[in-house]
Write a protein that binds this ligand. Structure first.
Ligand SMILES: [Zn+2]
Length: 324
């Protein structure tokens, strides 16, 4: 009898052990798809225009349907972040036109303010040791932007809203309120075009002209709602970053901001996501969230818990303009 009991005990122990191991690996995989600052750094350092063509295979973004398995590949970490989200856009103007567009000189901005190459315009965090952090919100405005603004107002936080050019006209009141409540309006280009996809077929000049056109159209739509706004920041869809993008950003006098950490697109329980954000807090950190379509609801849930936590840890929410 004792032998049977012992045998049963061993079997039960083995089942528990294997369940624990499998849970550990699932969680570990989840953690590995988070964007890593080091990865972004090496991407910046290693990427040059001449590598555009050779990088095609490693720079390929992840399609939503295959994001789970591909997201663990280190080379694709950075671009997987936004590409793996299930955003469905309803453009208020034209869809992204993938055919080549000819852009005349008149279409390029006339207020060029070129800086020297040594001037840094691309950031994944603020260069500071102060316990100061930043909230950035992409893809909107959306259906929960107003509630999100209420939350930010409660804590007197100035965020950067990286808005989509084809979306702003659908939410003019939300955009206006973002501006009136002294947040920053950044451009997230016009229609969330994947430049990782486009670079497979387009040459450098086409890429540059397409981006100029996307940025121009986005500014035009923003200014239809807020004529006096000055757009100062650019975040590329999927965090795409190349030297040539910086050149264009300089033409438009934009600072480019990617992010230190962002997890809100993950299909994980919200509590788990909040924990990841909490763990990632660091001086100068730029945190990525989304408010496009219905995604603001999740952002509100996360921020409602993250903001008081960050404050309790001695962090302040910085004014982006003072650091970037
Ligand atoms: Zn985006």
């Amino acid at each position: 009898m004792n032998k049977i009991m012992s045998l049963l005990l061993i079997i039960v122990s083995l089942i528990i052990l294997s369940a624990s191991i499998s849970t550990f690996y699932t969680w570990n995989n989840y953690r590995r798809i988070n964007p890593v600052l080091e990865n972004q750094k090496s991407n910046i350092e290693n990427t040059t225009e001449s590598q555009l063509s050779t990088n095609k295979t490693t720079q390929e973004p992840i399609s939503p349907s295959t994001s789970t398995e591909k997201a663990t590949t280190p080379q694709t970490v950075e671009e997987s972040t936004e590409a793996s989200s299930n955003i469905v856009y309803i453009p208020y103007e034209n869809e992204c036109v993938e055919t080549q567009e000819t852009i005349s000189d008149q279409d390029t901005p006339t207020t060029l303010n070129l800086k020297t190459n040594s001037d840094k315009i691309f950031f994944t965090k603020a260069d500071t040791q102060e316990k100061v952090i930043f909230i950035t919100i992409d893809d909107g405005p959306g259906n929960y932007t107003m509630e999100l603004l209420d939350l930010l107002k409660k804590y007197n936080i100035k965020a950067i809203f990286f808005v989509s050019g084809d979306t702003v006209l659908g939410y003019p009141e939300a955009l206006k309120r973002e501006y009136e409540e002294r947040h920053y309006i950044g451009t997230h280009t016009y229609c969330h075009r994947s430049y990782y996809q486009l670079q497979k077929t387009a040459d450098l000049e086409t890429l540059k002209n397409t981006l100029r056109s996307d940025l121009q159209k986005t500014e035009e739509n923003i200014k239809k709602i807020i004529p006096e706004v000055q757009v100062k920041y650019l975040r590329m869809p999927e965090g795409y970053h190349k030297d040539w993008v910086e050149e264009i950003a300089k033409e438009f006098n934009y600072k480019m901001l990617n992010w230190t950490a962002g997890y809100d697109w993950l299909q994980e329980p919200v509590e788990k996501i909040i924990e990841e954000y909490k763990k990632s807090l660091k001086p100068g950190g730029i945190y990525l969230f989304h408010d496009g379509r219905d995604r603001g609801l999740k952002t509100i849930k996360i921020l409602s818990e993250l903001i008081p936590y960050a404050l309790s840890q001695g962090y302040k929410f910085g004014d982006p303009e003072e650091y970037f």
